[in-house]
Design a protein around this ligand. Structure first.
Ligand SMILES: [Zn+2]
Length: 135
């Protein structure tokens, strides 16, 4: 694992407005510290540069691990996971009033499943944050 300087960590967190770039959880509402994710893992040749880094909550980072793709649960086709530097979140996901992150694309379906976006406990936490105006 490559060392990531404090300055680069700060830049990545600021750019993300302190929200997980996968599930949108704000750092202030997380049980554990957010982490810097290599979107393309180092083992796949991903570099420690701004364009390959994003802010991820501990859960998203753990579930994503070094994965780059998965199967679209609807078609069983292999699709690349959502890439926070190359795609726009709202093109692939939508948050509904019940706290569920709805996928809008094959990439969104595959990413949402592999990152467990809609685990019942997570949805309940998200719903409470929405009610408090914090999500
Ligand atoms: Zn997350």
């Amino acid at each position: 694992m490559t060392y990531i300087s404090e300055e680069l960590r700060r830049k990545v967190a600021e750019r993300a407005e302190y929200r997980c770039e996968y599930c949108r959880l704000h750092v202030d509402n997380a049980y554990f510290s957010h982490e810097i994710d290599h979107i393309y893992a180092e083992k796949h040749g991903g570099k420690t540069i701004e364009t390959n880094l994003c802010l991820a909550c501990a859960d998203c980072n753990r579930y994503k691990s070094s994965d780059l793709c998965s199967l679209d649960p609807l078609t069983d086709e292999i699709v690349a996971l959502y890439h926070p530097r190359r795609q726009t979140w709202s093109d692939h996901f939508r948050l509904n009033d019940e706290g569920i992150i709805e996928p809008l694309s094959p990439r969104g379906r595959a990413t949402g499943r592999i990152l467990w976006f809609n685990d019942p406990e997570t949805v309940e936490d998200r719903r409470r944050l929405i009610q408090l105006g914090e999500f």
